[in-house]
Ligand binder design. Structure first.
Ligand SMILES: NC(=O)c1ccc[n+]([C@@H]2O[C@H](COP(=O)([O-])OP(=O)(O)OC[C@H]3O[C@@H](n4cnc5c(N)ncnc54)[C@H](OP(=O)(O)O)[C@@H]3O)[C@@H](O)[C@H]2O)c1
Length: 315
């Protein structure tokens, strides 16, 4: 191994080790049986979020905070609120136009960088080797951060191969702790795997009770690529928050529809990143580790699958 490679490898190992320490502090501490929404202390919430070990050894919280559509001061406040109630995984993207505001929210929260897991995404306009490297630096500058925990290709468009090579190099140089993809179907993922020196750790895709994505689910499990759910509530579409089947399951467990949905993602082993502008919802969405959906609940939820996107305008 060349000297530079060795030092890069050491930097990378330090990164991974730091991540494991964060995750160890975040690993299970069951809540004391509380089933009321609302007052959950930041300490309880933080300790209650389990972590998953990605295929490169990095630990990632199973539940995070999404920021699509949040901008300016709203994004700043929501990110700071989310961190204050216990979220440690924050998901943003160049195309959301809010990386600067997310960065301000992180600063406002007063949390130390190493306690967080921050994701951003490479937009399609920057596909290609050189432009990916530049876009990554621009995201860092906007966020005011020195590294990202996870950087992902937002959509499989343009020169994906060039982008992946650039991301592999950034990863190997210790500048990103993990690299992944988003919105890749099984064929697109298989294509990437043909030339990837480094396997993606994650595929962030649309999945929720109305679009359960069984093929991708099986495929990703087989490939040891973590599935992450975007729009875990289908962004409220198809009247998810008044669905009678989900309401009945919630009633049985003294939980809200939102909590049933997030628990369902968690029991499938899928990372979810719900968005909310309301602190009470942010807190409610964290209280999902003190109950369990049983086999019949899971079978009932399986029947809600419509097997189609709720966002046809994006395909
Ligand atoms: N990779 C991609 O292509 C992609 C695409 C889309 C999204 N994403 C990521 O995934 C994240 C989540 O998806 P999303 O933002 O589309 O939507 P979502 O998280 O599925 O749903 C957000 C909606 O749910 C409501 N909500 C949240 N908690 C609630 C609760 N406890 N009770 C009732 N309503 C509740 C929110 O309203 P309130 O504000 O009133 O709480 C908001 O209207 C995004 O923010 C983004 O980070 C990625």
């Amino acid at each position: 191994m060349e000297k530079n490679d060795q030092s890069n490898e050491m930097k990378r190992r330090d990164f991974l080790r730091a991540g494991a320490m964060v995750a160890a502090s975040a690993l299970f501490l069951p809540l004391s049986g509380t089933k009321v929404f609302g007052a959950l202390s930041a300490t309880q919430a933080k300790k209650s979020i389990p972590a998953v070990k990605l295929n490169n050894g990095l630990q990632m919280p199973m539940l995070g905070f999404g920021t699509n559509t949040l901008g300016g001061e709203v994004a700043e406040r929501c990110v700071a609120d989310a961190i204050s109630v216990g979220y440690r995984l924050i998901d943003t993207a160049h195309i959301y136009g809010n990386e600067e505001a997310v960065g301000v929210g992180i600063k406002k929260s007063g949390i130390t960088r190493k306690e967080l897991f921050v994701t951003s995404k490479l937009w399609v306009d920057f596909a290609g080797y050189e432009s990916t490297k530049k876009a990554y630096q621009t995201s860092l500058d906007k966020l005011g951060l020195e590294y990202l925990d996870l950087y992902i290709i937002h959509r499989p468009r343009g020169d994906v191969k060039g982008s992946w090579k650039a991301m592999e190099e950034l990863y190997e140089a210790g500048k990103i702790r993990a690299i992944g993809v988003s919105n890749f179907d099984p064929d697109q993922l298989a294509e990437l795997m043909k030339y990837a020196k480094i396997k993606p750790v994650i595929n962030q895709i649309e999945t929720h009770v109305f679009f359960q994505e069984h093929d991708s689910y099986k495929d990703l499990k087989k490939a040891s690529v973590q599935m992450e759910a975007w729009s875990p509530f289908a962004a409220g579409r198809n009247n998810i928050f008044s669905n009678p089947t989900l309401a009945a399951i919630g009633k049985k467990h003294n939980k809200s529809i939102a909590q049933v949905c997030l628990r369902w993602h968690f029991q499938r082993g899928v990372v979810a990143i719900p968005r909310s502008t309301q602190k009470s919802h942010m807190t409610e969405n964290l209280i999902i580790f003190d109950f369990e959906l049983d086999k019949s609940d899971m079978e009932t939820i399986a029947t809600l699958d419509l097997n189609k996107t709720q966002f046809p305008e994006w395909t």
